[in-house]
Design a protein around this ligand. Structure first.
Ligand code: GTP
Ligand code: MG
Length: 427
């Protein structure tokens, strides 16, 4: 148990040896189960483990007490002993009873999919906000699993203390966790309000915002860096980005928009995480346009796309206009590229790494956020500083069609975003 904590702080060099366990629900589903286990392997690696064993069992439903069937679980226990496995990672969320029973039968630490994802988030969180959100998710996951388990708490970091069995102790633990959950929720609420104020201010300045979303590892941060010339961390690992970033993008006609990069999604993203990351994810629902970054080269592209759409629904961002962007097109064969374009005639095929299709993407974004415009003729007094500032803003945020100076006044015809108009009218 202690190893998890020391590893997290980097004191132990050896990587944990992990066995992955999943179910195949019917023959036709074998490929699906294999892919799901591949993804689990990526997650395990992101959590610092080395995968040494993979076990899939064909079963319509998990066993209510041991997840795998009794024969299979005995075999697994043997293989774990043979291959020196430290931790068994199960590709589902386990019930408290399943967790305990499996631990007993196999004699190794058991971690389920949700816990694994929570662990990665805990490793990646850098900012205070990110850390609070992850801690909240972890505590909410732990609370119902405390029942009668003396070992449960020691799975969790965060200085909650050492364990001792017994109901009284358990009750104290529960109370302490509830108090902590309450305190964190209040802190997060403050963060949420601050974010909402910032968004409101951005709204008022009428700069359109575009949010990058997508499956983890789709290339969101790489694209974000490409479009904003920022230097955010991008890497071939899962859930590299947790904390949202917002930067300015300058369009070809010198207007600007704001682009945000945020946490990636995954199939069966734990609900506790979605709930805890609400403050972060609200940015998406408030955007003028959502760019759905898709790894075009992923074999299970469609499954990932629907997982993303599901999370978008869950965070209330389903009403924001969406633009599908197929990234990593450099990895497609000409045939695959043609097929994609036949399937999705309007699809944008880009490569953030090979800098392919970026100009077209920026034009499309510009056009999409500019759709909501109104043609206006505005006159200004160039001697007035406020008017001069307004002219500059118009050039940044609207598309100027014509400018004339007549009788000491400047008259400008421009396609102006509706938000800009609302602000001028003092709305
Ligand atoms: N071949 C190729 N690789 C790419 C492309 N875009 C990104 N990648 C690679 O994909 C990996 C993931 O990129 P990131 O930008 O970190 O992905 P992300 O979506 O931000 O991932 P998370 O923040 O972890 O959710 C990195 O190794 C990138 O170099 C691309 O257009 N082509
Ligand atoms: Mg990222």
């Amino acid at each position: 148990m202690a190893r998890v904590h020391t590893e997290r702080s980097g004191r132990v060099g050896r990587r944990e040896r992990a066995a992955l366990v999943g179910l195949i629900a019917g023959h036709a589903r074998r490929l699906e189960a294999e892919r799901s286990l591949d993804e689990l392997a990526g997650l395990a690696e992101a959590a610092g483990a080395e995968v040494v064993l993979r076990v899939l069992q064909e079963r319509p439903k998990p066993d209510p007490s041991t997840f795998l069937g009794s024969g299979k679980i005995k075999m697994l226990a043997l293989s774990c002993a043979e291959t020196n496995v430290d931790v068994v990672i199960v590709d589902s969320e386990l019930s408290p009873a399943q967790l305990r029973q499996m631990e007993e039968e196999i004699g190794r630490r058991i971690v389920d999919r949700t816990q694994l994802i929570l662990d990665i988030f805990a490793r990646r969180a850098r900012t205070k906000e990110g850390k609070l959100q992850v801690e909240l998710a972890q505590l909410k996951y732990m609370l119902p699993r405390l029942v009668g388990s003396s070992a449960a708490l020691s799975r969790l970091g965060g200085g909650i203390g050492t364990r001792g069995p017994g109901e009284t102790k358990l009750e104290t633990d529960r109370r302490r966790i509830r108090t902590r959950i309450h305190a964190i929720s209040e802190d997060i609420e403050l963060v949420r309000q601050r974010r909402a104020q910032l968004r409101e201010r951005r709204h008022k300045s009428s700069v359109p915002t575009v949010a990058l979303v997508g499956y983890t590892n789709a290339g969101k941060t790489t694209l974000f860096n490409r479009l904003t010339r920022a230097g955010a961390e991008a890497s071939n690992a899962l859930f590299v980005t947790l904390d949202p970033l917002v930067r300015q993008v300058r369009l070809a006609d010198s207007r600007t928009l704001l682009l945000s990069d945020t946490v990636g999604f995954i199939d069966r993203l734990p609900h506790t995480l979605v709930a805890a990351f609400r403050a972060t994810l609200e940015e998406i629902g408030d955007a003028d346009l959502v760019l759905h970054v898709i790894d075009a080269s992923a074999a299970d592209r469609d499954r990932r796309m629907s997982a993303v759409r599901q999370v978008l629904d869950e965070v209330g961002a389903d009403s924001v206009p969406l633009l599908d962007v197929y990234n990593k097109c450099d990895l497609l064969t000409p045939d695959e590229r043609r097929r994609l374009q036949e399937q999705e005639p309007g699809a944008l095929c880009i490569s953030a790494v090979a800098k392919d299709g970026i100009a077209e993407l920026t034009d499309t974004m510009a056009a999409r956020v500019a759709l909501d415009t109104q043609r206006l003729t505005l006159t200004f007094d160039p001697a007035d500083a406020a008017d001069r500032a307004e002219i500059a803003r118009l050039y940044r945020q609207a598309r100027v069609v014509q400018q004339e100076t007549r009788g000491g006044r400047v008259s400008i015809v421009a396609d102006v975003p509706r938000r800009f108009v609302a602000r001028r009218n003092g709305v």
